[in-house]
Design a binder for this molecule. Sequence first.
Ligand SMILES: [Zn+2]
Length: 833
Amino acid sequence: MKHKSLLIIFISIFTFQLTAQKLQSPDEFLGYKLGSRFTRHHKVVDYFKYIAQNSGKVQFQKYGETNELRTLAVAFVSSASNIKNLETIRKQHLTNVGIENTAELKDKAIVWLSYNVHGNESSSTEASMLTLYKLVTENSNYLENTIVIMDPCINPDGRDRYVNWYNQVVAAPYNNNGDAREHREPWPGGRANHYLFDLNRDWAWATQVETRQRLKVYNKWLPHVHVDFHEQGINNPYYFAPAVEPYHEVITNWQRNFQTQIGKNHAKHFDKKGWYYFTKESFDLLYPSYGDTYPTYVGGIGMTYEQAGSGRAGLGIIKADGEVLSLWDRLIHHTTSGISTVEMASKNTAKINSEYKKYFNDNNFKYKSYVLKGNKSKTNKLIELLDRHEIKYGSVDGRKTVSGYNYDTKTKGSMKTSSSDLVISTDQPKGRLVKALFEPVAKLSDSITYDITAWSLPYAYGFKAIASEKLVPSKKREEKRVKFTESSGVYAYTFAWNHVSDAKLLADLLKVGFRVRFTRKDMTNSGKFLPKGSIIITRGDNKQFYNFDNLDQHIAVLARSHNKKVQTLSSGFSDKGPDMGSSAVREIKNQKIAVLSGKSTSSLSYGEIQYFFEQEINYPYTAINTDDFSPSSLDKYHTLVIPNGYYGGLFNKSKLDALKSWIRKGGKVIAIGGANSIFANKKGFGLKTKSSDDKKDKDEKDTPIVRYEDLERDRIKGSITGAIFKTTIDNSHPLGFGYGNSYFTLKQGAKSYKYLENGYNVVRLENNTAYSGFTGSKAVDNLTKSLIFGEENIGRGSVIYMVDNPLFRAFWDNGKLFFANALFYTNPSMKKL
Ligand SMILES: [Zn+2]
C-alpha cells in the first residue's frame, strides 16, 4: 500500500511538472480550434497574459485603453535572458539612433508586429496567438538575438464590433455562400475605430487615442522592422514586400533592399506550400501616415502584408475560382509571414544594426529648417503633435529675416521672424520624418498611388512658412500659460476667434449658460482692436446668471482652463466701428444640431463630425439615422449637418421640398462633399455643377487612342487623389471670420461647382494650379473659378455648401474653424425651439 501511494504521489508530481512546463496552445487555452470561430478581444488579451505568466520569454505590457475601454497592450517576446535585460537592450538600440548614450547595439534585432489595425480584417489577431505560441516553442531559437514586440490588436473596438456582430449572425455550420447575411456587414462595418477613423491613416496625425498611446511605446523602441497585418478582397493572393512605387524620397536603399530580401524569404516558405502571392504591385510607400511608411520614416523597414479576407470572408466563403477561403487559411498565411520576418531579422542582426545607425547619421536634405509663423493657438496645437512624435523644435534665435521657399507664393521669398515663430530642423534623429511632414512638395516617383499626395503641415495648419536651405538657429521655447487674474467692474470681456480651440471656449461659455455675443464688424474699443468674429461677454447680458462679482471670477477660470488670452473693455462706446449696442454685435444662442448618420452617409465623414463635436469642441448634437430621417422631424433643430455620402435615392422630390420649406422657416443645412449633390442642379437651389459640357464639344478626332496596357495610367489623368490648392477668402462673411485672405484647401476629387449666382462665394478657387500634390491633367480643367465653401440664403434659412472637406481625418486643422463658423456664426438661428 505504502509503495502504491508513493507511486501515486510520484506520478502526480511528475504530471504536474509536465503540465507546468508545457504551455497551452491557443486551441487548448481557448477550448476551440483556432480558426473555427472568431476570438473576442478580451480572450486574446487573456492568452497573451497567460503565456507571459507561464513563460520567461514574454513580458506583457498594457499601454492604454480604447475609447470603449478595451485594453491596448504589447508583448515583448525574446529569450529569457533578453527579457531580463530589456531596458539595457533598449538603451543600446537607441544609442544607434542618437537618443541614448551607452554601448551600441550590434547583435540583436528589434521586430515589431502590429495586428488587426483594420478591425474587420480579423484573421491577423487570430494569427497573433499562434505566432506567439510558435515563437516561444518551436521557433524559440530566433529569440536568442531578436526581440519581437507584438501588438495583438491595434484596433480592439473595431475588431470586436466585427466579431460580436459576426458571432451573432453566423449560421451553424457557417454558410460559405457569399449571399448569406454573415458575409454582409452592416454600416459602418468593423474596419475603423470608435470614431470611425481609419487607424492606418492616423500614424502621423495622431488624432486618435489608440495612435497617441501606441506612439509613446513605439518611440521608446523605434524597431528595425515593423509589419502591419491587413486583409484585402477575398479573391486576391497574399501580398508582401517589396512595395510598389512611388516610394518617398527619404527611404534609403537599404530599406528598399531589405524588404526585398524579407519578401524573398516569405516566397521560399510560401513556395513550399504552393501558396499564391504577389509583390511590387498596389501598395506604395508615400503617404506618411500608414503603418508601413511611418515606421520607415523613423528608421525601420516598414511593411504591409495583405491576406485575402476582410469583413466579407467570415469563417469561410467560396471564392471566384470555386475554392473555399477559410479563416484557418487566412491565419496560417499571416503566421507564416510573421515568423519568416522574425527569421530574417534574426539572421541579419549585424547588418541591420549597422545600416540602422547609418540611417540616423544621414539627414542631409535640401531644406535644413522650416520656420513657421502663426497665432498662439495654432502654434500650441502643432507643438502638441511634435511632442507626440518626439520631434525637437525651438524658437527663432537672433535672426530678423529668414529666406527660402515661401509656402504662400511657392517661390523664393523671405519672412520677418519673431521669437514666437517655430523652427523645426532636420538635424535631429527624426529628421527624415520632419522632411516628410513639412516639405512643401513631396517628390513623386510615380503618380499612381491610392491616397492623398500632399499633406505638408504648414498648409494643413495654416501657417505662413519658409523652408530654408540653411540651418536656422533656434533656442528652447518658453511656454507661457495664460495667467489671468480677475478684474472687476469691467463693462465687457473679449476673446479672440482665430482657431478651432476658440470654438471650444465658445461651446463651454454657451453650455454653462453665458449670454455671448460676437462682432460682425471690426471694432476698436478701449484701445483694443477686435477683428470680426471676436467673442464678447458683457456684464449687462449676464447679470441674471452671474452677479457682478461672480462674472469676473468665472471668466478668469475659463480663460485659465482654456489657456486663452482675455481682454477687458471698459465701455460700450467704441473708438472705431460699432458700439456694444449695435446690431453688428450679435447674440449667439445654443444651437440644436442634428447630424445625419448611418446608411448612405460616409462612415469616415460621419466619424470626423462626431469627433469634431465630442473631442474638438465638446458640444452636444443629435445623430439621426438616415433610415429614421424625415424633414418633418427637423422642427426641433436649428441646423442639419449632412456628411459626405452617397444619397442617390434618399432625397426624392417630396423630401427635398419638405427640407426646403424647413429651410425657408429658418433652418440651416450644412452639406459636406458628396452631400452637395443632393442640391446641385435642383430647382430652388443655386448650386450648379461645372462640367466639361461647359466648353465646346470636342471633335471625335481628338479622342486619343490608349493602349490597353496603358489604361490605368490614362485613367489617373482624370483624378486628383488629394492635392493642395490656394483659395481666396471673403473674410467679411461670417463663414470666413478668423481667417486671412487665403486658405489652402485639400482637394480630393475633380468634381466642381460654379460660383453661386445668388449666394456668397466665401471661399473660392480662382486658379487651378496645385501648390502641392499630383493632379491629373484632365482633372483640373473644371477647377478654375469653382466654389469651395459658400452660403445661399433661402427664405429665413440657408444652405452652406462645403465642397471640400473641412474636417479631413481631423488633421487638416485649418479647415475646422470654417465648420465652427458654419455652425455658430453663419446665419445663427435665434429660434426658440
Ligand atoms: Zn487593411
